[in-house]
Design a protein around this ligand. Structure first.
Ligand SMILES: NC(=O)c1ccc[n+]([C@@H]2O[C@H](COP(=O)([O-])OP(=O)(O)OC[C@H]3O[C@@H](n4cnc5c(N)ncnc54)[C@H](O)[C@@H]3O)[C@@H](O)[C@H]2O)c1
Length: 263
C-alpha cells in the first residue's frame, strides 16, 4: 500500500518546476493527480508522466481567474468524486528594488501568489469539508519568512503572507479534520531559480547558480523531487497530527551562523 493510494490530489503550477516534481511524486505514491497550470505546457508534462505509467490528468487553469478556478474544481470533483489533497504551488517572482518596482509588478506577484492560493483553496475547501478530510499544502519560501535578498520586497511579502494564511486556515479547518501546512523551500533548481539567476547576472547566470551552491551547506540546489517527497508526506495520512506549521527544505542554507571566510 502506497501512502497516496486511493487519494485524489491537485497541484497548481504543475507544468514545470516544483509543481511538476510534486505532481510526479504524488502520482508515484499512488494518487490520482491533477496537474493545473496557466500554461498549455501542462498537457505535455502530464503526457510524459502518463507514458511513465502514472495516473495523471491535466487542466489549464489561471489561479487568478476566480470563475475559471471554480469551474475547473467543480469539473474535477464531478469527474473524480472528491479532492483529498491540494498543493498550492503556482507562484511568480519579479525582482526589482523597492523604489523601482512598479505597482503593476507588485500587484502581479500579489495576485498570483496570494489571491491565487486564496481562490483555489476557497473553491476546494467546501468539497473537503463535505468529506471531513483534507490536506492543504502551501508553497511559501524561506524568502520573506527567514531570509531575503535585494529586489525581493514584493515576492517576500507574498511568501510571508502565506504563513499567516496557513496558520489561520489551519485553525478553522481543524474541526473538519483538514490539515493546512506550508513548505519553505530554499533554492530549488527550477525554471524560476534559473530566471532569478538570469535576471541577477544576464551575462553569466551559471555563475549565480554556482555561487548559490557554494553557500549551501549541502553544496547544491534542491531537486524538485525532494520537494515532491515533502509535499507527499504532508499530503498523506503520515502527517495526520501536523497542522498550521511550516517545514523548511533548504539544504541547510539558512543555517550558517558565521559567514565562511575561507580559512
Ligand atoms: N525554485 C525555488 O528555488 C523556490 C524557492 C522557494 C519557493 N518556491 C516556490 O515554489 C513554487 C513553484 O516555484 P518554481 O520555482 O517551480 O516556479 P516556476 O516558475 O519554475 O514554475 C511555476 C509554475 O507556475 C505556473 N503559473 C504561474 N502563474 C500561474 C497562474 N496564474 N495560474 C496557474 N499557474 C501559474 C507557471 O506556468 C509554472 O508552470 C512557487 O510558489 C515559488 O514561490 C520556489
Amino acid at each position: 500500500m502506497r501512502k497516496m493510494d486511493g487519494k485524489v490530489a491537485i497541484v497548481t503550477g504543475a507544468a514545470m518546476g516544483n509543481g511538476q516534481g510534486i505532481a510526479k511524486v504524488l502520482a508515484q505514491h499512488g494518487a490520482k493527480t491533477i496537474l493545473a497550470d496557466i500554461s498549455d505546457q501542462v498537457f505535455e508534462t502530464a503526457e510524459q508522466m502518463k507514458q511513465d505509467g502514472l495516473d495523471v490528468h491535466a487542466v489549464q487553469m489561471d489561479v487568478t481567474n476566480n470563475d475559471s478556478v471554480k469551474q475547473a474544481i467543480a469539473t474535477i470533483v464531478d469527474k473524480f468524486g472528491k479532492i483529498d489533497a491540494l498543493v498550492n504551488n503556482a507562484g511568480v517572482v519579479r525582482l526589482a528594488n523597492f523604489l523601482d518596482m512598479s505597482d503593476e509588478t507588485r500587484d502581479f506577484q500579489f495576485k498570483v501568489n496570494i489571491e491565487g492560493v486564496w481562490n483555489v483553496t476557497k473553491a476546494v475547501l467546501p468539497f473537503m469539508k463535505e468529506k471531513k478530510y483534507g490536506r492543504i499544502v502551501n508553497l511559501s519560501s524561506v524568502t520573506g519568512t527567514m531570509v531575503a535578498d535585494e529586489g525581493e520586497t514584493a515576492y517576500a511579502t507574498t511568501k510571508a503572507a502565506l504563513l499567516g494564511f496557513t496558520k489561520s486556515l489551519a485553525r478553522e479547518a481543524a474541526n473538519d479534520h483538514i490539515t493546512v501546512n506550508a513548505i519553505l523551500p530554499g533554492y530549488i533548481l527550477t525554471p524560476m531559480a534559473e530566471q532569478i539567476a538570469q535576471e541577477s547576472n544576464p551575462s553569466n547566470p551559471q555563475q549565480v547558480i554556482d555561487g548559490i551552491s557554494s553557500g549551501v551547506p549541502l553544496g547544491r540546489l534542491g531537486k524538485i523531487e525532494e520537494v515532491g517527497e515533502l509535499a507527499a508526506f504532508l499530503a498523506s495520512d503520515e502527517s495526520s497530527y501536523i497542522t498550521g506549521t511550516q517545514i523548511v527544505i533548504d539544504g541547510g542554507s539558512t543555517l550558517p551562523e558565521t559567514v565562511s571566510v575561507g580559512v
